[in-house]
Ligand binder design. Structure first.
Ligand code: FAD
Length: 329
């Protein structure tokens, strides 16, 4: 069983970044095993178009199921679909650990009677056994999990942003697969999705995040952060728990241990001290820029670029400089 199965998550008909991260992680595991990567893609009409992107990130085969009942998250029908595929023999089933993946992975493990490794940040084979790392205590301790029953399939949920989405220049073979039973005949159905501000970029998908902390002094000063994000043109706004708890920003903007976990190309921390709980959500970012007036602030320990200065002087100057550069390009 050298093959690895992945669930390719869609939301609102779009392929999520976590799906590409999961396929990339599966590719590297399958390469060690000498096997193939097979992806389960289930969505409404037209969803098959995403198979190409899965191939380009390492999938060899995409099992595509098209049905209107997969237009929204359908945990029962998805569990049945992935479990049936998994029973045909795989070394592991990889699920992206998004909110949806955290719901799906235990359902699937229970259905298969399989081991569940959750919130995994690294995965490898060691002497034929699957070995995974799982951080605890806000990343202070890394637990190593070793699967001792190597013949059984394991379900592994991957922490978002822990595995990059790596292009693999492949082209996947697509197989149309019927649903298992009637996906519309389920006990749990999503009847409505209410998303906050539809115009806002999702923190998990944004290539740039500008985040603000208590150093901004007052909620109205978040305008500085919003202006900087707008200057980039492709940035989302995040926040620390200190400011979401104070009601300056919605809780959905919170980044950290008890908030969102992100890994943008660029993370700009504005007036953020860099508490361990905040770092737990953003230290996987590709490039971190910190602006803080305290040169000893812990955020500078993880920053690639640090500006020691007052946010009220530095941020407007940075915003103007970025607008200037973008207006000329
Ligand atoms: P502060 O720590 O108060 O830092 C403000 C920073 O602004 C300081 O470094 C200061 O030097 C700087 N500053 C002040 N004025 C200026 C200025 N004019 N110019 C430039 N810099 C300035 N926090 C999270 O963010 N996310 C979480 O998910 C999270 N989960 C938690 C879970 C638990 C169980 C606990 C106990 C805590 C959690 N926290 C979390 C809270 C965390 O411990 C910190 O309290 C919080 O991150 C601090 O937010 P902050 O950096 O905005 O504020």
């Amino acid at each position: 069983m050298p093959n690895v199965l992945v669930y390719a998550e869609l939301r609102g008909g779009d392929l999520r970044k976590i799906a590409l991260e999961t396929v990339s992680a599966a590719r590297s595991l399958a390469d060690t095993l000498g096997g193939e990567v097979h992806a389960v893609l289930a969505g409404a009409t037209g969803s098959g178009a995403h198979a190409a992107a899965l191939g380009e990130h390492g999938a060899d085969v995409v099992f595509h199921t098209e049905h209107g009942a997969f237009a929204v998250y359908n945990p029962e029908a998805l569990t049945a679909l992935i479990a049936e595929r998994a029973r045909s023999g795989y070394a592991a089933v990889l699920i992206g650990g998004s909110a949806r993946g955290r719901d799906l992975a235990p359902r699937l493990a229970a259905r298969l009677g399989a081991a569940l490794l959750s919130d995994v940040t690294s995965l490898k084979l060691d002497g034929g056994a699957l070995v995974a790392t799982h951080p605890v205590y806000t990343g202070k301790v890394a637990v190593t999990l070793r699967l001792t029953r190597g013949d059984d399939v394991a379900v592994v949920s991957l922490r978002p942003a822990a595995f990059g989405a790596t292009p693999a220049s492949r082209s996947a073979r697509v197989e149309a697969v019927p649903p298992v039973g009637d996906p519309a005949d389920v006990r749990v159905a999503v009847s409505e999705i209410s998303s906050g501000d539809g115009r806002k970029l999702d923190l998990a998908e944004a290539p740039v995040i500008v985040s603000g902390g208590r150093g901004l002094k007052a909620p109205e000063n978040f305008k500085l952060v919003e202006d900087l994000a707008a200057a980039f043109g492709n940035a989302a706004v995040g926040a620390t728990r200190a400011v979401t708890d104070d009601g300056w920003r919605p809780h959905s903007d919170q980044i950290g241990q008890t908030g969102r976990q992100v890994s943008p190309e660029l993370y700009v921390a504005v007036g953020i001290s860099g508490a361990i709980q905040h770092l737990a959500g953003m230290r996987a970012s590709r490039c971190i820029v910190a602006i803080n007036k305290d040169a000893e602030a812990p955020i500078f320990k993880v920053a690639d670029y640090g500006i020691v200065g007052d946010v009220f002087e530095v941020v407007p100057a940075l915003t103007a400089a970025i607008r200037d550069v973008r207006s000329k390009s």
